[in-house]
Design a protein around this ligand. Structure first.
Ligand SMILES: Nc1nc2c(c(=O)[nH]1)N[C@@H](CN(C=O)c1ccc(C(=O)N[C@@H](CCC(=O)O)C(=O)O)cc1)CN2
Length: 360
């Protein structure tokens, strides 16, 4: 086992004998630890793996309960965005006599997908977007989905098309998404839109909604991104990958943690901002977080709870109660990223209609 000896002040010395000793190479931290030992008249201090050295010291000496974290309210932010979109659509209607149209293809009867699609259609109605829904059975051939998309591609009243994911296992998601016309790809999942998001100097026509929602939540909460260490947990097509790409466009230093990452706790603990999109309830515990970090929780997993109204609770990736004790800002689940994701879909659909009507 490695050890480190720090002399402070001249007559005293401190020996840290622990695997996470490298964190202690920070002399300020060592000073703080020594002060603690002297103050409490301790003979020795045991550091365990879930109580790493630096985090332990930071929590002790910078104070543990004075942070008063900001709860970032996604419902209010989404409402503000929708109000702006509704006003623009009213103006558009006055100027052109036309409104934007969104087409949704829903395959199967997954309850979560049905619920998300309902949210999308309801929010479309609220802001004045016309919505069309094509529902297909779980066991339909892939060609039926491709045909549904192709029909919407040809329909001039449709400015945005989305295929609700995930698709049933027998379908090739990539092939289906490739059939969506680039100009109507309001989810931003078409490989050309993703590729253009990844390349500096290129502009994708659409950016995936959850990625946009994360950035919107951060910027509207006054969180600076330039030069910040951001850890994105998860690398999915829907959230993790596009969010990591979009953050780089905002000049953040981005690390992506995934199922094969070694020591994800340590990597995440170094982040100023953590965006978690793993879909694993309560994955991120207190010891994953740096004091004062900003946390955006994209996870929404149903966790069984017979005492709740629907028999389950929507649970985020981040252990909320634990995180509240040391973060500076956090999004709740529900009521955080989800509603803003849908607002971003409406915004992408409006942008698409503006392009089609020559208004942008
Ligand atoms: N084609 C797509 N499929 C999927 C996407 C997507 O962006 N495009 N994302 C997710 C699901 N999703 C949108 O489709 C989504 C998830 C969650 C919410 C939301 O508002 N959640 C609420 C709670 C809702 C409830 O109570 O049921 C919240 O977090 O407060 C909206 C959209 C996968 N598929």
């Amino acid at each position: 086992m490695a050890s480190i000896i720090v002399d402070i002040p001249p007559s005293m010395s401190i020996v840290v004998d622990h695997p996470s000793y490298s964190l202690a190479s920070n002399v300020v931290t060592a000073h703080l630890l020594l002060q603690f030992i002297v103050l409490r008249k301790l003979q020795y201090l045991i550091l365990t793996d879930d109580n790493p050295f630096e985090q332990f010291c930071t929590n002790l000496f910078v104070g543990g309960d004075d942070l008063n974290p900001t709860i970032i309210n996604g419902k209010i932010i989404a409402e503000e965005i929708r109000t702006g979109i509704a006003a623009e659509i009213r103006q558009m209607k006055e100027a052109t006599g036309k409104i934007p149209g969104l087409a949704v293809v829903l395959v199967g009867k997954r309850r979560d997908s049905q619920s998300y699609v309902r949210h999308k259609i309801k929010d479309c109605e609220e802001v004045g977007i016309n919505s069309l829904l094509d529902e297909l059975p779980d066991d339909c051939p892939q060609d039926d989905v491709v045909n549904a998309v192709s029909n919407f591609n040809k329909d001039p009243s449709v400015h945005g098309i989305l295929v609700q994911l995930p698709l049933p296992k027998h379908m090739d998601e990539e092939k289906v998404l490739n059939t969506i016309s680039l100009e109507k790809d309001v989810d931003g999942f078409h490989p050309l839109n993703v590729g253009n998001l990844a390349i500096r100097g290129r502009e994708p026509l659409f950016i995936p909604c959850a990625a946009k929602a994360c950035i919107e939540l951060l910027l509207r909460s006054g969180v600076e991104l330039v030069g910040k260490n951001v850890v994105v947990i998860g690398r999915s097509r829907v959230v993790g990958l596009p969010t990591s790409l979009l953050l780089q466009r905002h000049h953040a230093t981005v690390s992506v943690v995934h199922a094969h990452s070694k020591d994800p706790e340590r990597i995440t603990r170094e982040a100023d901002i953590v965006i978690s999109a793993a879909g694993v309830p309560n994955l991120v515990r207190r010891n994953w977080l740096k004091r004062g970090a900003v946390v955006i929780d994209v996870g929404t997993s149903p966790v069984e709870d017979p005492s709740s109204e629907h028999g389950y609770n929507l649970t985020g990736d981040v252990c909320y109660e634990e995180a509240l004790q040391l973060v500076s800002a956090i999004t709740p689940v529900p009521g955080g990223v989800g509603p803003v994701t849908v607002a971003m879909l409406l915004s992408n659909t409006l942008d698409s209609a503006k392009r089609a009507f020559g208004l942008s």
